[in-house]
Design a binder for this molecule. Sequence first.
Ligand SMILES: [Zn+2]
Length: 244
Amino acid sequence: MKDSISKASEIISRSDYVVAFTGAGISAESGIPTFRGEGGIWSRFDPEKAASAEGFLRNPADYWKLFKDERFPVMRSAKPNPGHEALARLENSGKLRAVITQNIDGLHQMAGSKHVIELHGSAKSAACLKCSKKYAIEKVYEQLAARDVPLCLVCGGVLKTTVVLFGEPLSQEALRESFLHASSCDAMLCIGSSLAVYPAAGIPHIAVDKGAKLIIVNAEPTPLDSAARVVLHGKAGEILPKIM
Ligand SMILES: [Zn+2]
């Protein structure tokens, strides 16, 4: 472990253009429950009902109930951990150019990261399905005390978080920017992602194809471990501060 950590620090110190790619693992260390796996949200809720675009349109009240009862209270109390903070420091030092994340909880921004690409959108805001007006999630939550489905204050349209639901495409803009970083970076840090969910997992593949050095920090093995220069199995909050 010690050797791998010094190897990872060496790669980063020799790189000018580092990009981080993060997944649910880093948020889990801040108490945000993961979706997949044992005890994950999908073992208790039907993804079709609670997180598909079709399910939402059919019955937005179910989606908002899960959000109000389960997601929002957890997200509201979650704080960034030393892993998020280490990435924010690396960005401040000028080496880390972007954090590409599959997470929707805003913890990277809370830790001080400025250039964050949210591939799966954000649960920190909602938008009107009719006129696209955006609302901070706290404002939306206030409405949920009085009604099952929050509505746009301008046009009365139904509000939905800006999270990308199943059946919705990822933002083309976010993907384009991520692909650009992946093809330009010298090193990519993949943290807390199983690297198994596409198209997001295609991003580290591009980095490897373009010759970037891959450093993987994850609790479990990933399909890209064999392509990585360094693989560290463990917690991001413990490993990242040591690397930096
Ligand atoms: Zn509206």
